[in-house]
Design a protein around this ligand. Structure first.
Ligand SMILES: [Ca+2]
Ligand SMILES: [Ca+2]
Length: 100
């Protein structure tokens, strides 16, 4: 938040897939965040699911809605990028010998 409020601030959030898929690439769908009175932020840990597939980075949206009456939303959508940790596959051909 830009500045603290005297009371707790609550806001709902949902996670919406863009190229990342709920249940496959990330495991959380949403909930409610409480920003404690006198503070300006809160943290959520978002669990991702690793795989062994080269697919490039994937994204989903973290969307805020329904803030408590003591705050308003100035930017509702954050982009979350899951950085792929699998390298691009390579192709090769083996040397062989063939009898005439
Ligand atoms: Ca993935
Ligand atoms: Ca991957």
């Amino acid at each position: 938040m830009t500045n603290a409020a005297t009371g707790n601030v609550t806001v709902n959030y949902t996670l919406t897939g863009v190229t990342a898929l709920s249940g496959t690439d990330y495991q959380h769908t949403g909930g409610t965040i409480t920003i404690t009175a006198g503070t300006t932020g809160a943290t959520r840990v978002l669990a991702t699911s690793g795989d062994l597939i080269y697919e490039g980075n994937e994204t989903f949206h973290f969307i805020l809605s329904s803030p408590s009456s003591n705050a308003s939303i100035s930017d509702a959508t954050g982009v979350v990028t899951i950085t792929d940790n699998d390298s691009q596959p390579t192709i090769s051909v083996n040397d062989i010998s063939i009898t005439e």
